[in-house]
Design a binder for this molecule. Structure first.
Ligand code: FEO
Ligand code: CA
Ligand code: CA
Ligand code: CA
Length: 641
């Protein structure tokens, strides 16, 4: 493997791989002054090798909130549907065409894009190239497929429920690696590509780190507790500086069937129920806890995938803890040690950080292979007065002892939620995505909503979750002490309270400057320091508060120095806008649209009701499909500026 240029060296400042359009020195200084921060000596590496080169500047006319069955973007932009559920991924093994009646087999689905696109990351080809323009012409995209709507996935929905349907449902979960190339008319999926690959709940993987091999991870298939089949409910994601993809297992609990005996407390804490929503256990015994009581412990992790090596075996990194992982957002410390910020997306759950024990080696990719296995997991406590602290989740410290029911470090990691509660972490309003500012290293994280905070029997508002019945959500921001991602103290504030600024109820009233929104979920900084926000207003929430005036789920951009926020995109009916990423030249924005048509394609419904969406195909009576978009400016300019 060649030495890596991903990212530019920490400590060299934001000049390497500078795109000329983004190098605006005088404005940079002004922007930094606006943020009341100075330029740190470390940076936020992106897998594309791009670094922050200038100040944010919103240069497009915002669009109105709308509710229609199409994607809207600002004037001067165009949208291409690049890769939808069922489209061939370009596998050398075959390229079966998508059939609108959902009659593709499980084997065909293995060669096609999965359902319900979520996180996306961009990995330039060729690997290690220092040339920004070549890095922006050809790449691998890693795309999460969070879950399936089995009402859409099979002809006749879930009736009858068969082993073939379980196999197809599993094949539509996981991750796609696709190769894409820029052409004269947009982007195209390269077919065939030796890199094209599906990773599913059946793909062989290993478990590594402190919990690997623990008795609680052993099953009849794997007496070593180190070999797992697959990953599922892959929600948000992340990356490493050596060009690997991190995919995060979120609502894994829903796939396991507890059955007649009481669900053990350790699994109940993660929401495992007597009945599995997905019904895989009826045809796949490992999802039946009465037959495989430990299989559920093998999910809920962050999984590292090498997109450049199609034969590589993905690795579940247990050192980062086990919960409903939303994403893992990287910050590089001045000494090249790495921090990943992570949310556990459920009401009253916690915010975490993992810091590596060792620095990463930018010159030897292989030397970083086990870097994520050694380090410290922390959980956040947000104190009054804008101060916060990271509390170590280390066996033997902070009450995580044998006397208190934690046998060893593996136990602390497998039961992360219980450990976090024990050390007094702050229960939050559903932590979803985070994003690390490419220059200031300030961390932003969405608290998507928590309509039950402050209701009888539930915790009330606190400083960092200030609203009872928080239907609209908020975005928190923190700065580590000394601007060092390894710090154990930080200052925090609230970047934005989402919601209608005109709401009569002061508790629910938002304070967003510019275009308002609700239920912020996705979050991503582009290389120029603009913050992209994706919303996930659930169908339940649509009927609360003033959501109806906000239109369909959408994506906005915030200038974090002024707080000004503008609406950039609205999604088709029933959809959620999930992951986004740009090509390194800043001229293409890739965005995922998830679950268009929800709730009309209800997963268990045998007689699928009339869909509220037929996007993107527009086929009457056809199936709406999640998809990756490629968005460019008609004049070829920089996105968002
Ligand atoms: Fe998969 Fe928390 O969103
Ligand atoms: Ca999410
Ligand atoms: Ca969400
Ligand atoms: Ca969602």
């Amino acid at each position: 493997m060649k030495p890596v240029d991903i990212p530019a060296q920490p400590g060299t400042g934001p000049t390497e791989h500078a795109h000329p359009d983004r190098t605006r020195r005088s404005l940079l200084k002004a922007a930094m002054a606006g943020a009341a921060l100075s330029v740190p000596m470390a940076g936020c590496a992106t897998p594309s090798g791009t670094r922050w080169q200038g100040p944010p500047a919103l240069g497009f006319k915002s669009i109105a909130p709308v509710a229609e069955d199409s994607v809207r973007v600002p004037e001067g932009y165009r949208v291409q549907v690049l890769n939808a559920w069922g489209d061939p991924i370009g596998s050398p093994l075959g390229a079966p065409a998508f059939r609108q009646d959902a009659s593709n087999s499980a084997d065909e689905q293995m060669l096609q894009s999965g359902m319900h696109h979520d996180a996306i990351e961009y990995f330039p080809l060729p690997y290690g190239s220092a040339d920004s323009s070549s890095r922006s012409r050809r790449a691998l995209l890693a795309i999460n497929h969070e879950y399936t709507d089995d009402g859409l996935l099979h002809p006749g929905g879930m009736e009858p429920w068969t082993a073939e349907k379980v196999a197809k449902s599993q094949a539509a979960h996981g991750v796609s690696i696709i190769e894409v190339a820029a052409t004269a008319d947009g982007w195209a999926v390269v077919t065939p590509s030796r890199h094209a690959r599906r990773i599913t709940p059946r793909t062989p993987m290993t478990l590594s780190g402190p919990a690997a091999g623990a008795p609680a991870l052993r099953t009849s298939y794997d007496s070593s507790g180190t070999r797992v089949r697959g990953t599922l409910n892959n929600c948000a994601g992340g990356y490493t500086p050596w060009g690997t993809y991190l995919t995060c297992e979120e609502n894994w609990n829903l796939y396991f069937n507890g059955g007649a005996s009481p669900v053990p407390e350790a699994l109940r804490r993660y929401g495992v129920n007597a009945k599995s929503a997905y019904r895989w256990h009826e045809h796949d015994a490992r999802f039946d806890l009465s037959q495989e009581p430990n299989e559920a412990n093998r999910f809920g992790w962050v999984v590292e995938i090498d997109p450049y090596e199609p034969d590589s075996v993905p690795v579940k990194r247990t050192a980062l803890g086990r919960f409903k992982h939303e994403g893992a957002m990287l910050a590089v410390a001045p000494d090249r040690r790495l921090a990943w910020y992570m949310g556990d997306d459920e009401i009253f759950q916690y915010v975490y950080k993992f810091v590596t024990r060792d620095p990463y080696n930018p010159r030897d990719r292989a030397a970083n292979r086990n870097l994520m296995d050694h380090g410290t997991l922390y959980v956040a406590r947000f104190n009054e007065g804008g101060r916060g602290e990271w509390i170590e989740l280390v066996h033997g410290r902070n009450g995580l002892t044998r006397e208190n029911g934690f046998a060893d470090q593996a136990d602390v990691l497998i039961r992360t939620r219980e450990a976090a509660e024990r050390v007094g972490a702050t229960p939050m309003d559903r932590p979803e995505w985070g994003a690390v500012h490419p220059a200031t290293l300030e961390v932003y994280m969405t608290m998507t909503n928590n309509p039950v905070r402050g209701t009888p029997g539930r915790p009330g508002p606190d400083a960092a979750n200030p609203r009872a019945r928080n239907v609209f959500g908020h975005i928190l921001r923190w700065r580590e002490a000394g601007r060092d991602p390894k710090a154990t103290r930080f200052d925090w504030d609230i970047f934005a309270l989402a919601g209608d600024p005109k709401a009569a109820d002061a508790v629910q009233r938002g304070n967003v400057k510019g275009d308002s929104y609700g239920s912020p979920d996705g979050l991503w900084f582009d290389p120029s320091g603009n913050l992209w926000i994706q919303t996930d207003v659930s169908t339940n929430n649509l009927h609360r508060g003033d959501y109806q005036s906000m239109g369909n789920n959408q994506m906005l951009v915030a200038d974090v120095t002024t707080g000004e926020t503008r609406r950039f995109l609205t999604g088709p009916n029933g959809s959620e806008v999930t992951g986004c990423v740009m090509s390194p030249d800043g001229r293409t924005l890739f965005v995922n649209i998830q679950h268009p048509g929800e709730p009309a394609g209800e997963r268990s419904n045998p007689a699928r009701p009339k869909a509220v969406s037929s996007w993107p195909d527009g086929t009457a009576g056809g199936r709406p499909r999640s998809a990756t978009l490629a968005i460019r400016r008609i004049d070829g300019g920089l996105i968002g500026t």
